[in-house]
Design a protein around this ligand. Structure first.
Ligand code: BGC
Length: 785
């Protein structure tokens, strides 16, 4: 059907509906079934599709659900994203500009390891959602950092599912405390951008349950998000949005999720399969070309009964339940004037705690330094966040130069002019988006003689290394992970010149994820991982360098020595390498530190690592019982043994007894960020360990089993810096949860293992027809038998 015919039909329907308005029931919390019964099939199809062409699209919303004036159904407005609300700053016929607060990117938020702080940040973000008239925030995103080159890792929290899940749950609680919703995304196994709309992630059931689904499970169970967004990719053969095992068996039946599932924007293939799988809304809907196709497909399936009307009714029931709890349905009068000043403070508090001090040979905090030689283009155009739907339209971001100047430092003028001229010329010559022109431009080389001139004029050198990434593409090893020759030269020349004069050098990393550090980290005197920490990033770095604040961030992922050490480096992004069709997760559960620790691969900086300006002592570890009886409490005392106040992240790792299946050397099972401890002050911390935390998922049996034997408990300051040890015993195997045999891999896949290799693969019930029905072309290409 042509677009204009479609529009005409829409108008006709709308007019008919409007004229009948008085005859039909109006939506309330109590008459949802009655409303559905009064809908025509055409109306039903509209209800399960998004509406991108709504009346608010000019300034807010990357989409919405349909409204029906006839039934009194208001639209649900949906907006990105993980680092704050992505509002369009300009509105038609309005001279004002509307901004939102840019918070640290998700990875940086996770580096705080502070769930209370994240909940607070969530409250502020949710307040902007509410006050700008939206209903559901399309965030948080809790996919796992499987590989450092994934373009969207900055939108995700961690390589560890427990950390991702707990931080994600805190964010959901915070946002939803405003009476607006969240959409936890991208469900599931969306770990790369290369061919993101088609790639098939082939993952063993165990790795899915323990790693890739686990973060979502924690968020769903602990914070009850209003909605979930299914991901673009396929998992074990089926698109996530068409995956009944994923959306019904696991999400709804096993985890008890009763909200709405929406697709990612233009995903999946078969609209009927999406409905049957329990993907309630197909986004973004009209006016994309797909929408017309989906509309026709759904309507004819209803007419010829290949789609049972009861199925779509169930989807609509969930959508209408969502409608009735939104601010828009309940006539909330939004102000469009959220308190951006107080939110900026919360953004900075989050940035302050996100900073990870990787190296400090005593130079920090800066005591006497006043004059700074500020090297690196990004120092002058500091990166607040990544690109794509994770972006936020903030009014102003504090650059590092500005942050340092506001903090009373003096930036050497000649060097500043050199870089500012460069920045200006990049802006002037930029034909596309200016915002990222400088960071995307290669670093500018600086002659040794220019560096030498700085040595006499300044007290200390700071070099910023910047990296950006975003939705739609992965980065390659050379341009993202590795330092360029110019960057390496800059670090080594500046270090050589300053060290010769007995002056110090600090490197600030303004990056979204992981880069190579091992080859150059011995050169500077200090390295501060400042991430992309939102609009207050430069201000937060200043506080840390000056020592107004004590760094307390810890790495939410490992920093490997080389890219080749990454367990998925050989299989990422899949086969073929360009536009991959299949991505084999051969490393199984050995993602990040689970791999490095078990296979004794050295890292440059380990998971959970981060220095402080003070020291912490750990003592008095106790278990509530040495025999596990439903749960065990582990307590420990953390003491600030240094000279200045600080916060510590106490991390609890468990090592399970040897068993018939592989076990990582140890796994994170709990973490607590202390309050600000004064010198000499102590805090007792208690971790609760339940049976699920002991268990591994046995693919063959489809259950979580906690093996009998001795569990070693490690509590420490990082995954390597273990300070206290104890253990407890499990008398006999515990079958913690019997689940469904769901999401079987459609290809043979061998999980990496230490004790035994489990071969999974094409099972008789996964028939040729099964594969053909869903994906004929892919089947043909791959010649699966
Ligand atoms: C992204 C989602 C986002 C949506 C709406 C998609 O391209 O994958 O994360 O929420 O667009 O902007």
């Amino acid at each position: 059907m042509e677009k204009n015919v479609f529009t005409f039909c829409m108008l006709l329907i709308a007019t008919m509906l409007f004229s009948q308005e008085h005859k039909v029931p109006q939506l309330s919390k109590d008459n949802i079934k009655e409303i559905i019964a009064s809908m025509t099939q055409e109306e039903k199809v509209f209800m399960v599709m998004g509406n991108f062409n709504n009346e608010w699209k000019k300034y807010i919303g990357v989409g919405s659900t349909w409204q029906s004036k006839k039934h009194g159904i208001s639209a649900v407005l949906l907006d990105d994203g993980p680092a704050g609300l992505r509002l369009k700053p300009k509105r038609e016929n309005d001279l004002k500009t509307y901004y939102c607060t840019a918070f640290p990117t998700a990875t940086a938020l996770a580096a705080t390891w502070n769930t209370e702080l994240i909940e607070n940040a969530g409250k502020a973000i949710g307040n902007e959602v509410l006050e700008y008239g939206s209903d559901v925030l399309l965030a948080p995103a809790v996919n796992i950092h499987r590989n450092p080159l994934n373009g969207r890792n900055f939108e995700y929290y961690s390589e560890d599912p427990i950390l991702s899940g707990k931080i994600g749950a805190a964010m959901v609680r915070g946002v939803q405390s405003n009476g607006v919703g969240t959409s936890v995304k991208h469900f599931a196994a969306n770990n790369q951008e290369s061919n993101r709309k088609g790639v098939n992630a082939i993952i063993s059931q165990r790795a899915l349950r323990e790693i890739y689904l686990r973060s979502f499970e924690i968020v769903v169970k602990e914070s009850k998000p209003w909605t979930i967004m299914s991901s673009y990719n396929r998992i074990n053969g089926f698109y996530a949005a068409e995956n009944r095992d994923l959306l019904k068996t696991i999400l709804r039946n096993e985890w008890g999720f009763n909200g709405v599932v929406m697709s990612d924007w233009v995903s999946g293939d078969d609209a009927v399969a999406q409905m049957k799988a329990g993907n309630d809304i197909i986004m973004p809907g009209y006016p994309t070309d797909y929408a017309q196709y989906h509309y026709d497909e759904l309507l004819s399936a209803l007419k010829d009964n290949t789609l049972d009307e009861k199925t779509i009714d169930q989807n609509i029931e969930r959508i209408l339940k969502l409608v009735t709890i939104t601010p828009r349905f309940n006539n909330y009068k939004y102000s469009s004037t959220p308190d951006l000043k107080s939110h900026a403070i919360i953004s900075q508090e989050s940035a302050n705690e996100a900073m990870v001090l990787l190296k400090n040979n005593g130079i920090l905090p800066l005591k006497k330094a006043k004059n700074i030689a500020l090297f690196g283009k990004t120092s002058y155009d500091f990166i607040a966040g990544g690109t794509g739907s994770g972006e936020v339209n903030y009014e102003h971001a504090v650059s590092l130069k500005e942050g340092l100047e506001n903090g009373g430092f003096k930036i050497e003028k000649q060097l500043e002019n050199f870089y500012m001229n460069f920045v200006d010329s990049v802006f002037t010559n930029c034909k596309t988006i200016k915002k990222y022109a400088v960071v995307n431009h290669p670093e500018i080389p600086l002659h040794k003689s220019e560096i030498q001139k700085q040595v006499n004029k300044t007290d200390v050198a700071i070099i910023t290394i910047g990296r950006i990434s975003g939705e739609g593409y992965d980065r390659d090893e050379k341009d993202y992970f590795g330092l360029t020759d110019v960057e390496k030269q800059l670090i080594s020349d500046v270090c050589e010149a300053f060290h010769a004069a007995n002056k110090k050098v600090i490197v600030v990393l303004n990056i979204g994820g992981v880069i190579e550090t091992n080859s150059w980290k011995n050169l500077p005197d200090a390295i501060l991982l400042a991430w992309q920490t939102g609009q207050q990033g430069g201000a937060a770095v200043n506080e840390i360098l000056k020592g107004k604040l004590n760094p307390s961030g810890k790495l939410p992922m490992s920093y490997p020595m080389t890219y080749a050490d990454v367990p998925s480096s050989k299989t990422f992004p899949g086969v073929p390498v360009i536009n991959p069709v299949n991505s084999f997760y051969n490393e199984g559960v050995y993602v990040g530190y689970r791999f490095y620790d078990t296979f004794k691969v050295l890292t440059s900086y380990e998971f959970g690592f981060g220095l402080s300006y003070t020291n912490f002592g750990y003592s008095d570890i106790k278990v509530s019982s040495t025999t596990f009886n439903g749960y065990v409490d582990v307590s420990v005392i953390v003491k600030n043994t240094g000279k200045i106040p600080g916060k510590e992240v106490a991390q609890l790792y468990l090592s399970a007894p040897k068993s018939k299946i592989d076990k990582p050397e140890k796994e994170l099972k709990g973490f607590v960020k202390t309050k600000l401890l004064k010198p000499g002050e102590t805090q007792q911390i208690t971790f609760k360990i339940d049976a699920k935390l002991l268990a591994s998922f046995w693919s063959g049996e489809s259950c979580w089993i906690a093996d009998k034997g001795v569990y070693d408990v490690f509590v420490g300051s990082s995954s390597k810096d273990i300070r206290q040890k104890t253990s407890f015993d499990v008398a006999s195997d515990i079958k913690v949860e019997q689940l469904h045999d769901a999401m079987y891999p459609n290809f043979a896949i061998k999980d990496l293992g230490t004790v035994s290799k489990t071969t999974l693969g094409n099972r008789s019930h996964f028939t040729r027809h099964h594969i053909l029905y869903y994906d004929f072309q892919w089947y043909e290409k791959q010649k699966i038998e």
